[in-house]
Design a protein around this ligand. Structure first.
Ligand SMILES: [Zn+2]
Length: 233
């Protein structure tokens, strides 16, 4: 299968679903990691343009660990609206990746870039199959099932499916640590240990399903998106 995971910012996938992506990749599936925004406002002292290029490098390094393809986001943070341009961008992400399964943010997540990414990707994954909708890439031939990944800190999110990531937690940590600009910034400025934050949520989801570490998901349940077999690893 081809798996497309789309976060709003360059480090969201590492925080919320990288264990599952590692597992997919170990099983021989093709993984594409994408983000919609360039992460240019995730720091108070590094100027936005410089930060965007640092974060693109960090995302690339992380994706390389599991041999995932990367699609870098161009939207400045907090400028991703729901409009014709952003829809077309989302359609192109899907047409480039040609996924059988999509993972993206929950519509109930904590900030607008995450919420808009969720809505754009769900809408675009339908639009991407319409040949008369013109964009830079040819139409995709699958309306893929969508899984919403956990919210930040699991707030307002009750998973319906779990993936055991006990054997993947170390690589997940390694991927997250590629995002050094965020790790150091959050540690020094907000006194948040990024790795501990990620591991605590993975542990909490693990407790819920009886393993050491897990990731939780909710499937987008509408007609045309449901298949009678498990798609998560
Ligand atoms: Zn984010």
């Amino acid at each position: 299968m081809r798996i497309l995971a789309v976060g709003a910012h360059p480090d969201d996938l590492e925080l919320l679903c990288a264990g599952t992506l590692i597992k997919y990749s170990k099983e021989g599936h093709t993984v594409v990691m994408a983000h919609m925004c360039n992460g240019n406002k995730g720091h108070f002292t590094i100027p936005p343009e410089e930060l965007a290029s640092i974060r693109a490098e960090e995302a690339k390094k992380s994706a390389e660990i599991i041999g995932a393809e990367i699609i870098q986001g161009e939207y400045p943070d907090l400028e991703l609206g729901i409009d014709e341009n952003s829809k077309r961008t989302a359609v192109d992400v899907i047409r480039r990746a040609r996924p059988d399964v999509i993972i993206t943010h929950s519509p109930d997540d904590y900030m607008v870039d995450h919420i808009n990414t969720s809505r754009l990707i769900v809408e675009a994954s339908f639009i991407a199959t319409l040949p008369h909708y013109k964009s830079d890439y040819p139409a995709h031939n699958v309306i893929p099932p969508v899984f919403f990944m956990d919210t930040l800190a699991g707030v307002n999110f009750i998973p319906t499916e779990y993936v055991d990531i006990t054997d993947e937690i170390e690589i997940k940590e390694k991927m997250l640590l590629c995002h050094q600009s965020q790790y150091i910034w959050l540690r020094d400025h907000d006194h948040i240990d990024y790795v501990d934050f990620m591991k605590s949520l993975s542990k909490f989801r693990g407790i819920q399903c009886g393993v050491k570490y897990a990731e939780g998901f909710k499937q987008y349940q509408v007609w045309g998106r449901i298949v009678p077999r498990r798609l998560l690893p």
